[in-house]
Write a protein of this length. Structure first.
Length: 208
């Protein structure tokens, strides 16, 4: 995403500045020096925000509650606070097409909600706008390009990441299987999120 934004910065009639940043959650195995180098190669400096998220999760997570959801909420809060301190009016996140449709199914299958992501929305703090420029980009395209330019792959360092990714991997496998029979399923699912028919849903709050 940063590579794309840097190119757009040179061509766009709208002037904007980029401040690359990552939230360090405090997991000992989270290493981002290779990311710092990759950002430096673009002529930019990576801002690494150190946090105690790992300690907060260990001390305050309620038994049985979602480890991943708690971590994500803390990371979002840290990112919005950082953006505000840096006087940024937009926060760009790297979620891609597969993230959108996988989240849609994850919420339906495991949370009982009809929700995914938005490519442009007001942040939860009401200050910044959140944008997701890669909404129409397939994950396979990103992987292929990243391998071609030899970008570093960095894990989040979460000690429970393998276990927490099981549900998402199930969804990925399901979509891959269906794609063999329905080649355009990803685009169709993405289109469904911008072609909502509220009158044909069960939520009473949507009824006119």
């Amino acid at each position: 995403m940063l590579h794309t934004l840097v190119r757009l910065q040179h061509k766009s009639p709208v002037k904007f500045f980029l401040i690359p940043a990552t939230i360090h959650p405090g997991f000992p195995t989270f290493k981002c020096e290779s990311l710092r180098t990759a950002v430096s190669d673009l002529g930019l400096e990576l801002h690494i925000e150190e946090t105690r998220i790992a300690d907060i999760i260990r001390e305050h997570r309620r038994p049985g509650s979602s480890y991943c959801a708690f971590c994500a909420r803390l990371r979002r809060g840290a990112l919005y606070t950082l953006a505000q301190s840096l006087e940024c009016n937009k926060v760009a996140l790297g979620h891609h097409l597969d993230d959108f449709i996988e989240t849609l199914l994850l919420n339906q299958f495991f949370s009982g909600t009809l929700a995914a992501m938005s490519p442009h929305m007001r942040a939860e703090n009401g200050v910044q706008s959140v944008i997701r420029p890669l909404v129409y980009v397939d994950e396979r395209q990103i992987i292929s390009w990243a391998e071609r330019v030899d970008l570093p792959i960095i894990g989040c360092g979460c000690p429970q990441s393998a276990q927490l990714e099981q549900n998402r991997q199930k969804i990925k496998s399901l979509i891959a299987q269906l794609e063999q029979q329905i080649p355009n399923i990803k685009k169709s699912m993405l289109n469904s999120m911008r072609n909502v028919q509220p009158r044909h849903l069960l939520d009473p709050n949507l009824r006119s």
